[in-house]
Design a binder for this molecule. Sequence first.
Ligand code: ATP
Length: 264
Amino acid sequence: MTVSPELRGTQADTALKTPALLIEDVSHSYRERRALDHVSFDVQQGTFAVLLGLNGAGKTTLFSLVTRLYATQSGAIAVLGFDVARDPAQALSRLGVVFQARTLDFDLTVMQNLLYHASLHGIGGREGRELAEETLARTQMRDRAQDKVRVLSGGQMRRIEIARALLHRPSLLLLDEPTVGLDVNARKSILRYVRELVADENIGVLWTTHLIDEVDDSDDLIILHRGRVLAKGIAGDLVREAGASNVAGAFERIIAAERSEVEA
Ligand code: ATP
């Protein structure tokens, strides 16, 4: 399967309606175990989308496919119109990723970590330094530039990882359970910060979590369960459609409906 022709090509960056991320009919199996089953959804530019799923739902597998850690077995994935299989360099240059596991070098300073990332993206010298300083200012971490990463708190490290992921000015930011291990205040602060980024910079964000309280009524919500998308849409609309009073209630009803379908 290929990405629709109108979503591909050199004009992709300028086409306003091109989604930041497009997942079309993606399936993935580890030997006989199916981890993703005909998954389709998109993340529009300037949108905060939450991929909500319990353990084993397939969230990390999907991330691994978007970031090309694994090759796509079936279906298609495009970042701002660039197919990750056919045009990986173009697609990946428009992508920023914050992985679940910490990936900063603790023995380097914040600035050194950012410069290293910039050079991996082919941005060196003065340009790299300027971008790093600009990104630190955007993440309100400028005063920590010369600190070693190991002296930062968990929440500050997350901010630096987000700063690093934004350094090369991606159109799509993927965050895989970014609040794992953070206390409630740090969680709220990171969430608020990323939502502001979406509003200020028109990037698309895919925020992966199993924590229902991280979903806001105005978010785009994709519920992934055992490899299948059970519901997608504006969270508030899904709550109403499920006849629930909040996202947690809607999630429970949607999962229960799927369970009874499987058992029938
Ligand atoms: P969690 O929230 O626990 O990290 P997840 O939603 O990220 O879960 P995945 O890690 O993508 O889910 O796993 C989806 C399914 O694929 C699970 O049944 C898991 O056991 C299986 N799986 C994941 N990685 C592998 C692998 N490398 N080999 C075999 N099976 C795997």
